[in-house]
Design a protein around this ligand. Sequence first.
Ligand code: BTN
Length: 286
Amino acid sequence: MHLRSVSQTSDTPTSNDTLSAEKFKSIFKGGIIGREIIFFESVGSTNDTAMEIGAQREEPEGIVVIADGQKSGKGRLGRSWISPPGGNLYFTILLKPSFPPREAPLLTLMAAVAVVSAIREHTELKAAVKWPNDILVNGKKTGGILMEMRSDGERINLIALGIGVNVNLFPEMLPEGIREITTTLQQGTGRSIDRVKLFEMMLSRLERWYKILLDGDKKVLFNEWLSLDSTIGRRVKVERAGLSPEDKIISGIAEGISDDGQLLIRLSSGKIEKVSAGDVTILKNS
Ligand code: BTN
């Protein structure tokens, strides 16, 4: 494994849980994911940095870029991901799978399964996934996944699979409004979590699930995702991305996911609507 430490700024950590390149040295156990772990104290976005690095490499697959903090962390649908240093996980895995671009959303499901199962094993928390990319603890958001793809339409050239988890963040570092709907693993457990250990567990699960996906065992992944999911079978409201205001919102029962990772909603008419991107709210009493 190659390991580089590139310090871009000297942000003051907000806890004594300091990350350094040294701490990632013994993580890689062979395989694909994490064969090179590149640590930065601070970047704009690990997805952007990873894409830049990947564009310069002949074999980018498996490279992981991790940062202690991000200056302009990106969320889904053009949102930002608040990324103070000193307590959370922000990392991006570069992938170049052989399956077609339409199946790329499966990587988000795969990452959700890996992250949730690592959290469950490392803590006593019953973390859950919410379609498409939310990681929940006690019904509140504690993490998210941002998958970005470069493709020529037929083949995937490069994927940046970005994962952010609020681990030991002090809630007061988040703006009001966001504070109420998010939580951290520290809040959930009442203790400080070892970020490096948790990261290591996530990488080993990502490795496992990526291989399952490459072997074409989608069903195994879907079943695992469904067992960790908080959405399917519930009555939901979906605000669909990229549609006009009058078509944007639908509600119904979340029936399942399609074989390319889209959410299937059963409307009151009985018709099934496929959703590829949007925000899901689980309605009360469902
Ligand atoms: C979301 O829930 O909207 C997705 C959040 C994804 C955040 C992670 S943090 C690491 C990676 N780099 C980014 O800029 N975003 C992702």
